[in-house]
Design a protein around this ligand. Structure first.
Ligand SMILES: *Cc1c(COP(=O)(O)O)cnc(C)c1O
Length: 480
């Protein structure tokens, strides 16, 4: 399988070539040259496979430059019940008895209690393998407002050849999120608390990334949501959820996906393109409704930082959706020159693009199954309360946005799976506000906030972070 760029670079690169990369050199995003089609006989054979075996069947169609036995072993050591909350299914189905026809797909049983673990855990093992083959090492550098950074750290801790330098806004994360990251004692994990807000930290990462000499010299890489390997790993749970919710492959299922950067639901789009019988892909946003606006009107209008709301589902607080270009590429019949014109010319100059008059826009619903809705803080509280009362389950704030929108798109006879993108235990403040009780922690995390914390505090200065990275690159690699 070869990969091309949404802006025109032709398909010359393999999976391993793009594994450690972000954007393609022409500024586009990588996609496979075509989607592997799964016929009904194959789909029937996959029903009943373990999660790891299913993941191998799917991922081996996208990853053809790693020997099959090696890939199978990497996947088998990633998706174990020990890492995912003791669940044999890895992604357990959780029916909502108060909402007949609806169930949660539990994607948050991994170490950081959010769905980002599903892909990041595999990425850690793939990186370690690829770096060992190249006799190379990598310094992962990023900024986090919470979920991504901790998922990356838990995936990379103790991995040979990898260090993590993660910027986070000092004093701005929840006590749980802070403790989750800062209590890691692994020598290859470096938490840097920046005396500013998340956007300051993000700007520091951009400034360092623009310094190509520095990047090359210290082998700096990222693990952001546009990474194709992350997206590929996420395709698997759409299949796993489908098999759990149906008895035969004649049935259709709809999915509702709490969305921000369009990574999670883009994996659902790929699963559907591969032939998985998905009826609808329902995109749910919070008050930051850039994507809901597009699917309602055909206008894509990224927001300015000042227009981005800070909400109680913070992992969906985005101003633009960094994976969206992948879907637009498919929607426009893979016309790379149009994608280039929209994203490289029209968006920067006008601040939006408008496909409402283009026949392609109508196809997002008819041919691609997309529909959408949005949710507010009041909706979130009401939904958490009603699911607690009707189904005796505590759901997290992001999942609540999903359930709220899913209820508006239920169809008789079509199971609706809402992706559970985090556990309630991660956002106790809002749960308390909604139902007056605190969610239970998974076993082993009771003392999290009392563990010793280790982090460096730093001003918002690019030179300071560069010096820190250079100083810490000589030591601290696991296994060396
Ligand atoms: C990252 C995240 C999302 C949004 O996922 P995207 O792939 O960015 O659309 C939703 N919920 C939670 C809890 C997350 O961490």
């Amino acid at each position: 399988m070869r990969y091309l760029s949404t802006r025109g670079e032709s398909a010359t690169r393999g999976f391993s070539d793009i594994l450690l990369e972000g954007l393609a050199p022409d500024g586009g995003l990588y996609l496979p040259e075509s989607y592997p089609l799964i016929d009904s006989a194959t789909l029937a054979q996959w029903r009943g496979l373990s999660y790891a075996d299913l993941a191998f069947e799917i991922l081996s169609r996208f990853i053809t430059d790693i020997p099959a036995d090696d890939l199978r072993a990497l996947i088998a050591k990633t998706y174990t019940p020990e890492v995912f909350g003791g669940h044999a299914e890895i992604v357990p189905l959780k029916p909502l008895k108060g909402d007949p026809g609806m169930a949660l797909l539990g994607l948050s049983e991994g170490p950081t209690l959010a769905f980002k673990d599903m892909a990041m855990q595999l990425l850690g093992n793939l990186f370690e393998y690829a770096l060992a083959r190249q006799h190379s090492e990598l310094n992962i550098f990023g900024a986090t407002s919470g979920d991504t950074g901790s998922a990356a750290e838990y995936a990379m801790r103790g991995k040979r050849g990898i260090r993590v330098f993660m910027l986070s806004p000092f004093g701005k994360m929840s006590a749980f999120q802070t403790a989750q990251m800062y209590s890691l004692a692994d020598a290859n994990i470096h938490n840097i608390a920046v005396q500013g807000v998340f956007d300051d930290a993000q700007d520091m990462v951009k400034a360092v990334s623009n310094d190509l000499d520095f990047k090359r010299r210290w082998r700096i890489g990222t693990v952001n949501s546009i990474n194709w390997a992350r997206l590929a790993a996420q395709i698997v749970y759409y299949f796993a959820g489908y098999f759990q919710a149906t008895r035969s492959n004649d049935e259709q299922v709809s999915f509702t996906v709490p969305s921000g950067n369009f990574g999670n639901i883009c994996a659902g789009h790929v699963a559907r393109m591969m032939g998985l019988p998905i009826r609808k892909l329902v995109l749910a946003t919070n008050e930051n409704n850039v994507l809901d606006e597009f699917f309602r009107t055909g206008v894509y209008r990224p927001r300015k930082s000042a227009e981005t709301h800070h909400t109680s589902s913070p992992s969906m607080d985005i101003s633009k959706a960094s994976n969206f270009e992948r879907f637009i590429f498919d929607l426009l019949g893979r016309d790379a020159s149009r994608v280039h014109a929209l994203f490289a010319d029209e968006l920067p100059s006008r601040g939006f693009f408008d496909l409402s008059a283009d026949p392609a826009f109508a196809r997002s619903a008819t041919d691609y199954g997309f529909t959408s809705g949005s949710s507010t803080h009041a909706d979130r509280l009401a939904t958490i309360r009603s699911v607690w009362q009707g189904s005796e389950r505590l759901i997290d704030t992001h999942t609540a946005d999903g359930v709220k929108v899913a209820r508006e798109h239920l169809e008789p006879g079509v199971p609706m799976l809402v992706l559970e993108t985090a556990l309630a235990a991660k956002f106790p403040e809002t749960i308390q506000e909604a139902v007056g009780t605190c969610p239970q922690r998974p076993a082993g995390l009771e003392d999290l906030e009392r563990r010793p914390q280790r982090f460096a505090v730093m001003p918002v200065e690019v030179e300071a972070v560069k010096t820190y990275i250079a100083m810490h690159c000589g030591a601290g690699l696991a296994g060396s």
